[in-house]
Design a protein around this ligand. Structure first.
Ligand code: PEP
Ligand code: MN
Length: 375
């Protein structure tokens, strides 16, 4: 199904200062100094095309920092006047829209918690009627493509043609290394429904972890997403919100410099290809396999410590035989070749043994050292 959206190209409303298009700034505007100083550092990188900052923050529980509020609009005006960077903020109701427009904010976005609620989206859309401002719509918190599409349609039908989607990942009950599962297939599906709709990836909210931002950003570019929104703070360790996922402006430059840009023709051709969709599914499974291995090894570590404390041998042949037999049978039932399952389990097992040996030896070395210090 092709969506009936009336959309202007991204280049009509944002000047990309350097590829890839990058919108960056703190999760929240906290103080005038923090915002303005961060904006200056970001502008100096030459890689940032717009400054983001949350001034009204949707928080899970009352009493948490809910954003600095309207006063932040003045700080954004100052940041823009001093750096030339256009500004972008989240709006979650009609009053936010009115205040943002009055303050001359350049780009608005609808947050993930608003996209889930058609009443809220409609209220925002109604407030935008007759206004020519770019709007970006984050995916809903839950993995529901229709809600995302519905929100984009509501905003578009209010007359907003400078429109983009932001892919910020989805809540999932699966334990994962990510704060929000990327579920790339949903973003690809949106692209298939509306090929002209720009999609901007938000690796900060997907990962929730600054160390993984580059990895997700690269995947987004490989999938032909049109830009990135990354949270950057002058001193992330003391950030009032989302401290673990924010990066300093200089760390942001490192992330961007390490990205490989693909040629657009190849990217487009690849994306249209069914193969790309299948590959994404495989990548997702590979990510899961690696995550699960990491979880397994953490448990192995606990077992290693337990065995050490209780003087139990590392290798317990009966237990290993049982794992192998059960695993191979299970694999066979799922149509995996016997040799493959056996090799896979052997590899996992040998890493588990190596890890436990390390724990035992560490202990021995520790005891030796203790003995020496006690002589
Ligand atoms: C944000 O961008 O800081 C934010 C609140 O994001 P999301 O709506 O994706 O949770
Ligand atoms: Mn945030």
């Amino acid at each position: 199904m092709k969506l009936d959206l009336n959309i202007q190209p991204l280049s009509s409303w944002i000047k990309t200062s350097s590829e890839p298009l990058l919108i960056a700034g703190p999760c929240s505007a906290e103080t005038e100094d923090q915002l303005v100083a961060t904006a200056h550092l970001l502008a100096k990188t030459g890689k940032v095309s717009a400054l983001r900052a949350g001034i009204w923050k949707p928080r899970t529980r009352p009493g948490e920092f809910e954003g600095i509020g309207s006063i932040g609009l003045k700080w954004l005006q100052r940041a823009k006047a001093e750096t030339g960077l256009p500004t972008a903020i989240e709006v979650a109701n009609a009053k936010h829209v009115e205040e943002a427009l009055e303050a001359g904010v350049d780009i608005l976005w609808v947050g993930a918690r608003s996209t889930v609620n058609p009443f809220t989206v409609q209220e925002i859309a109604d407030a935008l009627r007759g206004v020519d401002v770019p709007v970006m719509v984050k995916n809903p918190v839950n993995p529901d493509l229709s809600l995302w599409i519905g929100a984009l349609e509501r905003i578009n039908q209010a007359g907003i043609t400078k429109l983009a989607a932001i892919h910020r990942g989805f809540s999932s009950h699966e334990k994962s290394a990510f704060r929000n599962e990327p579920m790339w297939d949903l973003a690809i599906s949106l692209k298939t429904h509306a090929p002209e709709l720009p999609i901007i990836n938000d690796p900060s909210h997907i990962t929730g972890n600054r160390d993984l931002i580059g990895y997700i950003a690269q995947k987004a570019l490989d999938l032909d997403m049109q830009g990135l929104m990354i949270e950057s703070h002058i001193d992330p360790t003391v950030a009032w919100t989302d401290a673990k996922q924010q990066v300093t402006p200089s760390a942001l430059v490192d992330i961007i410099m390490n990205l490989t840009l693909r040629k657009p023709e190849i990217r487009n051709a690849e994306l249209k290809d069914k193969l790309a969709v299948l590959r994404t599914q495989i990548d997702k499974i590979d990510d899961l396999v690696i995550q699960k291995m990491a979880e397994r090894m953490q448990i192995v570590e606990q077992i290693g410590n337990y065995k050490k404390d209780n003087n139990i041998t590392i290798l317990q042949v009966n237990r290993w035989d049982e794992i192998l037999r059960k695993g191979v049978d299970y694999g066979k039932a799922l149509k995996l070749h016997e040799d493959f399952t056996e090799k896979l389990l052997e590899l996992i097992h040998s890493e588990s043994i190596r890890k436990q040996t390390e724990i035992m030896n560490k202990d021995k070395a520790g005891q030796e050292a203790d003995k020496l210090t006690h002589v």
